[in-house]
Design a binder for this molecule. Structure first.
Ligand code: PEP
Ligand code: MN
Length: 344
């Protein structure tokens, strides 16, 4: 249930409404928009029906939320959620296109420092790089672990780029959150409910990737796990799903972008790299994502992709990444949008 306040409602009106909601045993979630404030209520909604909320002069209307996800539903927020990456002005969801780039995995100090400098130069606003990698085979390279976190911190110190890195397990959340600016939860962990909850309490934004075979409803309910732990900073990432099609690594669900933008206030980015599985298709897929309304991109970029220890086939060279950025700029301009710029 959502309680919508009148535009002229005061802070003390809001406090009265919150008090009443809490008295009924529900949890209020306040969202302040440009013109009005709304209070979403989570809990036993029947309790709310017992009280004439409309008799509060500051309450304009009460709306039910029929969706299974509540906190993620667009109605539950007064506007788009903007997820700040460190203290830069603006953030993902503010209308500008935010590009996050870097290797699949951090392979050495030199390669992550080189990549960070180069993607920053090309206009990326954050650096990605896996320290802990989920791999299909236990014998594949699974990341440098804590050592990679140190390299990422050094890359951030040098470039100012915030760091996005994956957390695989509840036991790692604390250590990864000490370095990461954004915790990535990968496709294979989208329904690891313990991990979602733990990440919801880590105090860092979460980039949540859609599961390989997850419906959009399941995706939004996974986000709900994080939101329900009090973390409002969730970025959704469409990275392709598994279909009968084998020509590409995954099928990017382009329709998910406008659907999610309608359905939720959370920002949506696309990952063209894992969807394509091959370098030559990354740029057109990325451009399609931007054209469909994505708030940003997550792109695998490597100084020497042919020698990468993971996902080299789909990683752009640093030069090709710069070319992608030029093309994104053109698509953005055609849409009346702009590329986000990194904090100084
Ligand atoms: C990654 O971003 O490198 C990754 C493992 O992605 P996904 O979880 O989407 O497969
Ligand atoms: Mn990868």
């Amino acid at each position: 249930m959502i309680v919508v306040l009148r535009p002229d409602a005061t802070e003390s009106d809001l406090e009265q409404v919150i008090e009443k909601i809490q008295e009924l045993g529900l949890t209020p979630h306040v969202s302040r928009g440009v013109t009005r404030t709304i209070v979403g209520c989570i809990g036993d909604e029947d309790r709310l029906r017992e009280v004439p909320m409309l008799s509060f002069p500051a309450v304009e209307t009460i709306l039910p939320v029929e969706k299974p996800y509540k906190l993620a539903a667009r109605e539950f927020a007064a506007g788009d959620t903007v997820v700040k990456l460190r203290e830069a002005a603006g953030g993902v969801g503010d209308g500008a296109i935010h590009v996050i780039a870097g290797p699949c995995s951090v392979e050495s100090r030199e390669m992550i420092l080189d990549t960070a400098e180069s993607v920053k130069q090309a206009g990326a606003v954050a650096l990605r790089g896996g320290a802990f990698k989920p791999r299909t085979s236990p014998y594949s390279f699974r990341g440098l672990g804590p050592q990679a976190l140190e390299y990422l911190a050094e890359a951030r110190a040098r470039t100012g780029l915030p760091v996005v890195t994956e957390v695989l397990d509840t036991r790692q959340v604390e250590v990864v959150a000490q370095t990461a600016d954004v915790l990535q939860i990968g496709a294979r962990n989208m329904q690891n409910f313990a991990l979602l909850s733990e990440a919801g309490e880590a105090g860092k934004p979460v980039l949540l990737k859609r599961g390989l075979s997850a419906t959009l409803e399941e995706f939004l309910l996974a986000a709900e796990y994080i939101l329900s732990r009090g973390n409002r900073n969730v970025i959704l990432c469409e990275r392709g799903i598994r279909t009968f099609e084998r020509a590409l690594r995954f099928s990017l669900d382009i329709g998910a972008v406008p659907f999610l933008k309608k359905e939720t206030h959370l920002p949506v980015v696309i990952d063209p790299s894992h969807a394509a599985g091959r370098r030559d298709l990354v740029i057109p897929i990325a451009l399609a994502g931007v054209a469909a309304g994505a708030d940003g991109l997550l792109v695998e970029t490597h100084p020497d992709p042919d020698r990468a220890r993971s996902d080299g086939d789909q990683s752009l060279t640093l030069g090709t990444f710069a070319s992608l950025m030029e093309q994104v700029k053109q698509i953005a301009a055609a849409l009346g949008r702009s590329l986000a710029t990194a904090a100084a």
